[in-house]
Design a protein around this ligand. Structure first.
Ligand code: SF4
Length: 323
């Protein structure tokens, strides 16, 4: 049914695919799983340059993740953001005792592994004939089949229909590469696309799918309390879902009386923007989980916004007493 497109896609992949990506040069399910999780919210370049290899050096096997504390895993994830991914990875490593199951159903039942990720592990590690449906592939399929609505059920049906069952590994890698190199969100390069002959959406790719109006993200304004005591800084270990387990400064809606401004930072999360004004305060009534020197803080996993506070010019060096 899609013979012509399949042939063109595989030829293109042979010549132009990103064969040198390290997670394409292994069939170790853990390394493939790790790359899939890291790449969920982060670009290939960032993962390659800063995170994938250091993480594997510290945690060469899934068993080593299971044996580590969550703090250690979060520390290696620091800067990559979306820390729920690291927590789920740690949880999954522990739950499956360091060995990932081999079926998509069992994989999909593990925390943080959705259907597409489960399929990706099975295709790339075990060569199962399954389609993958990540964000890039969804866009390619929407355009290829001229689907103006990004409907999950329909996309899975099209992904199954379009799958090259004899070459699922190459087919899926090619679709992912087309999505990130050619059929990009803006200005797709249709004239270089191996699917252009049979693509139904190539005359108006921007219509597939139709863009939804983006909701404006709300801004939250809060205070960060830099509690200083005998040369050490008071920190809390976060409990909220988004940053659970990370260390940072106390955040509050109100200021204690002795507070003195240190400057402001902003950080944009997926659902809101945070404007945080940092205040130094001496109050020992502010509850913290521990006091740490700068050197000790270096060893803790901190969220990005708390790192920004630490980097404020007024926070450099040892903070002098206010009086
Ligand atoms: S022909 Fe154009 S719109 Fe169609 S899949 Fe290729 S890049 Fe995307």
């Amino acid at each position: 049914m899609h013979n012509e497109a399949h042939k063109s896609l595989l030829d293109w992949y042979q010549k132009n695919g990103r064969h040198d990506l390290p997670w394409r040069q292994t069939d170790d399910a853990y390394k493939i799983y790790l790359s899939e999780i890291m790449l969920q919210q982060t670009q290939v370049k960032t993962v390659l340059e800063r995170f994938y290899f250091p993480f594997l050096e510290r945690f060469p096997t899934l068993q080593s993740v299971a044996d580590a504390s969550l703090d250690d895993v979060l520390k290696m994830w620091e800067g990559l953001g979306y820390y729920t991914r690291a927590k789920n990875l740690h949880h999954t490593a522990f739950t499956c005792k360091g060995v990932l199951p081999r079926s998509p159903e069992e994989l999909g039942g593990l925390k943080g592994i959705g259907k597409s990720t489960a399929h990706a592990i099975c295709v790339f590690a075990y060569r199962h004939a399954l389609p993958i449906l990540d964000a890039n592939v969804k866009r390619v399929l929407c355009r290829y089949f001229a689907l103006s609505v990004k409907d999950e059920k329909m996309l899975w049906a099209k992904a199954w229909e379009f799958l090259h069952v004899k070459h699922p590994y190459e087919h899926n890698q090619a679709m992912m590469d087309i999505g990130s190199l050619i059929c990009t969100p803006k200005n797709p390069i249709c004239k270089e696309c191996p699917l252009s002959l049979t693509c139904k959406g190539k005359t108006a790719p921007e219509n597939y799918p139709k863009a939804l109006k983006k909701a404006k993200v709300p801004t939250k304004k809060r205070f960060a309390l830099v509690v200083y005591n005998e040369g050490k800084l008071g920190l809390v270990q976060r409990k909220e879902r988004l940053l659970h387990g990370l260390w940072g400064f106390v955040q509050a809606g109100e200021l204690p009386k002795d507070a003195k401004s240190l400057g402001s930072v902003t950080h944009t999360y997926s659902h809101f923007k945070l404007e945080l004004e940092a205040f130094r305060c001496e109050s020992l009534h502010v509850k913290v989980d521990g006091y740490f020197t700068r050197e000790q803080i270096e060893t803790l996993a901190l969220s990005s916004v708390d790192k920004k506070i630490l980097a404020l010019p007024s926070m450099m060096g040892n903070i002098p007493p206010t009086s």
